[in-house]
Design a protein around this ligand. Structure first.
Ligand SMILES: NC(=O)c1ccc[n+]([C@@H]2O[C@H](COP(=O)([O-])OP(=O)(O)OC[C@H]3O[C@@H](n4cnc5c(N)ncnc54)[C@H](O)[C@@H]3O)[C@@H](O)[C@H]2O)c1
Length: 442
């Protein structure tokens, strides 16, 4: 039995039934039951993981900024430091990887880690192109019986997510017909930042660029506060996907959790005039989602940067909700943000007599801490709420919205093959171009 199998056996069967050294025998956090984790990206969003990881062995730290690496080393002084995540992933004895790097490296780190047999927690967005989303999902599905994955949409732990799912599936608005989600953030930029100065000695700029086409150094890419520096680079095509991957990942999750869907059959989009350097501020896309066993096909939409769904009622001002979801059904609508929800039954159905609330015992149980769910899953049943199948489908769909926007026409999508069937040349937009030496599926 290797160490990894041992950790799971302890969690699943209880250590008492195994012949093991005494130190292993007691509790999920006994010394030998801890995961050996590499944390990649040790400042900013990386710091948000320090608390959850403190119960485990953080044995490797990686950051392209040596000052940020030193910041992580203060918390985890025993960990071996790296500036290149490819070398970090070669460290012997790793069990799991937490990736908090810039978006354009997420799918790379996730694939390389899965291919080496590590559990992975990857910050949102899971991918920066449709191809990346599909490769990460496929690698996860290949390893699903051995590895636990979680994509960092930690608002998923809010109990509101459970209540919305119950209400929709129990028919509080009748038969579901459409879901619209939106975010009102606007971060306009003219184009990539111009060359300015030299990278400081502690910053490995070429490693930060990694697989993406080269853009000259400018300190502006690194001028944001901890956990918000992503807003300095995520609107540029080569480094992110704008609000689609940013707040879109969190907000679409409210809908995705409730509708049990996979991938769209067609997508249409419109927005700001196309800028080859910067993703659009104003954008909306609409997808046709296939039927599932409990509902017919539905329309799923995303609006951002000033585009907004029309309110179904003069009593409901959607503009007062920064990031939200509107579910529309045959008997009314439900509107939700991350923590709150409201039901608007319509017309003569407004007495709600058709709806029976769930008994307290039948409510979906609280999931508890989102990061801890993944840690427990690595040692236990491998089940998480936002694994790379769920999150891979969600980000693939959202990135298809950007593809439809660039194609300028409705795209018909064959989700089995990952091909656009009606505009052959649009298939080029499903993938990104990489610098040599950076294989996506390494
Ligand atoms: N889940 C959330 O609520 C949430 C909140 C904020 C950010 N995020 C996500 O976290 C990620 C990081 O965001 P941030 O604002 O902390 O950005 P950031 O630019 O500050 O990067 C975080 C850290 O990663 C390091 N880093 C960047 N590229 C690296 C690489 N290739 N190898 C090793 N280290 C690297 C940086 O030097 C920095 O220390 C983004 O993808 C963002 O979408 C998620």
């Amino acid at each position: 039995m290797n160490r990894r199998q041992f950790l799971r056996s302890v969690a699943l069967t209880g250590a008492g039934s195994l012949m093991l050294p005494r130190t292993s025998l007691f509790g999920a956090n006994a010394p030998n039951n801890k995961l050996n984790i590499a944390l990649i990206g040790t400042w900013g969003r990386g710091e948000a993981h320090f608390g959850a990881l403190a119960s485990e062995n953080v044995v490797a730290l990686c950051d392209i900024n040596e000052e940020h690496l030193a910041f992580g080393a203060k918390k985890f002084p025993e960990a071996k430091p790296y500036v290149d995540w490819r070398q970090c992933l070669d460290q012997k004895g790793l069990d799991a990887v937490v990736c908090c790097t810039a978006d354009h490296t997420h799918a790379f780190v996730a694939n390389w880690a899965l291919n080496r047999g590590y559990h992975v927690y990857c910050e949102k967005p899971l991918a920066n192109s449709v191809e990346e989303a599909r490769v990460v999902r496929a690698n996860y599905l290949k390893n699903k019986s051995k590895l636990a994955t979680q994509c960092g949409t930690q608002r998923h732990e809010y109990e509101n997510f459970n209540r919305v799912r119950e209400l929709i599936q129990d028919g509080v608005i009748g038969q579901l017909e459409a879901v619209s989600t939106w975010g009102n953030r606007k971060i306009p930029r003219p184009g990539y930042l111009p060359a300015e100065g030299e990278p400081p000695k502690h910053l490995h700029y070429d490693l930060w660029i990694g697989p993406s086409p080269f853009h000259p150094y400018n300190p502006g890419y690194f001028s944001g506060g901890p956990g918000a520096n992503c807003l300095q680079w995520n609107m540029y095509w080569d480094f992110g996907s704008g609000q689609i991957g940013d707040m879109g990942s969190h907000t679409m999750d409210i809908a995705w959790n409730a509708i049990d869907t996979t991938l769209p059959t067609s997508v249409e989009a419109k927005g700001d005039p196309f800028n080859p350097e910067v993703t659009p501020v104003k954008l909306e896309f609409h997808c046709k989602m296939p039927a599932n066993p409990w509902r017919p096909g539905i329309r799923v939409s995303w609006y951002q940067g000033g585009a907004m769904p029309e309110s179904p009622s003069r009593m409901l001002n959607l503009n007062r909700i920064d990031h939200g979801a509107l579910f529309e059904g045959t008997k009314g609508c439900l509107v939700s943000d991350f923590n709150n929800r409201a039901i608007f039954p319509s017309d003569d159905k407004a007495d709600l007599t058709y709806y029976k609330p769930r008994a307290k015992e039948a409510l979906i149980p609280k999931m508890g801490n989102f990061q801890k769910q993944w840690i427990h899953a690595c040692k236990g049943d491998l089940k998480t709420s936002c694994d790379f199948e769920y999150s891979g489908n969600m980000i693939e769909t959202m990135l298809l919205g950007l593809v439809a926007y660039r194609a300028g026409k409705t795209i018909e999508y064959d989700s089995a093959t990952g091909r656009i069937t009606n505009i052959p040349e649009a298939n080029e937009l499903l993938r990104r171009k990489y610098r040599p030496g950076w294989p996506l599926d390494g």
